[in-house]
Design a binder for this molecule. Structure first.
Ligand code: KG4
Length: 332
């Protein structure tokens, strides 16, 4: 079954063709990063306009690169939330029109379910049940994936996402947007114990918080600037990364202990972080868990992950019609 999948939830326009949920025939991404860099973050209105400009040509390119014609598309899938509402609406309306014009089913996909499904593309042997640590620019959560379409959030951030924490601190340091990768690069060789930064303690102990860490790091940078003190930047980046890692990994191990799950996957842009990947590997070794880490190309937003999840949504009977709407927030 060939699924044409469209995604525009934030600042990447993406289109892909995926066969039977596991084989990527094409995956095209048009990034808007350059456009938003000037502003130090995503400007929603600009994102929506750029999606409109890119989407039709990108879908055509995805079909051409997959080597299939429009007639060979069996279903159209689209991310319908969560994300920036104006941005989401572009792909939703495009997909509705495409499904109608082609006379094929329309399959709505939750963005984070897509991030989790990116692992199916990289690891053919992976099947639920497993736990997934979903860490992106807009979300951070530990999800119990009991079945392909049966998921429960065990813990989530109470405020900022891990990616946002990296991005905001990076912005104050004058690093390029999005700041996760530059922070990752900067942290290499730094001393992660040099700057003591807070770790959150929450009532619901599988939930996380990143806003206190973000504020503490920003204050530290501003105070140093006011006093004219030079910071050891690699060590600061390493200390921030260690704090983010401490927020995520022990809770994920605890979630595994409580649920008895023995397989863990990671998902989302922050799963590309070298320190977090290494710490996850070490923690899984220690706790006898099998870990699947998606390749960097599948960590960030892409259409292929939506096409993968869409296949399983289709098998479960999920369909949408032309009344499909987009949602900025939605349960998994
Ligand atoms: O999954 P994604 O591409 O988009 C969302 O759905 O949010 O994630 C983007 C986030 C950004 O915050 C970016 O700074 C972060 O992932 N990121 C990283 C790294 N690469 C991307 N964070 C830490 N280390 C990285 N190497």
């Amino acid at each position: 079954m060939n699924i044409l999948a469209i995604e525009s939830s934030c600042d990447d326009t993406a289109a892909a063709v995926v066969r039977d949920g596991r084989t990527v025939l094409s995956s095209c991404v048009s990034s808007q990063i350059e456009m938003h860099t000037v502003y130090g973050g995503v400007v929603p209105e600009i994102a929506s306009r750029k999606h409109v400009e890119a989407i039709a040509a990108l879908a055509d390119r995805a079909l051409a690169e997959a080597g299939i014609t429009r007639r060979e598309v069996d279903a159209v899938a689209v991310t319908y939330g969560p994300g920036l509402i104006g941005a989401l609406l572009v792909a939703v309306n495009f997909a509705k029109s495409a499904a109608l014009a082609l006379g094929k089913p329309l399959i709505p996909v939750h963005h984070l379910r897509g991030h989790i499904a990116a692992n199916y593309l990289a690891f053919p042997q992976l099947e639920p049940p497993f736990l997934s640590l979903c860490i992106s620019g807009g979300n951070s959560m530990i999800v119990d994936v009991a079945g392909y379409t049966d998921m429960t959030i065990l813990g989530a951030t109470r405020d900022d996402a891990a990616g946002e924490c990296f991005d905001k601190i990076a912005r104050v340091l004058g690093l390029p947007y999005p700041g996760g990768k530059p922070m990752d690069d900067l942290s290499q060789g730094g001393d992660p114990t040099k700057y003591p930064l807070p770790r959150a303690k929450l009532e619901h102990d599988l939930d996380m918080s990143f806003s206190g860490l973000k504020t503490a790091a920003v204050n530290l940078i501003h105070n140093a600037a006011q006093k004219g003190e030079a910071l050891d930047l690699p060590s600061l980046a390493a200390s921030v990364t260690a704090a983010v890692s401490d927020e995520l990994i022990p809770r994920t191990m605890e979630a595994a202990r409580r649920t008895g799950r023995t397989v863990l996957t990671a998902a989302g842009g922050v799963a590309a972080n070298r320190t977090i990947r290494a710490n996850l590997e070490a923690a899984c070794r220690e706790n006898d868990l099998t870990l699947y880490l998606p390749p960097l190309s599948l960590c960030g937003d892409n259409g292929a992950m939506i096409g993968s999840q869409a296949y399983y949504e289709y098998l479960a009977g999920t369909r949408a019609d032309s009344s499909l709407n987009a949602y900025a927030n939605m349960a998994i």
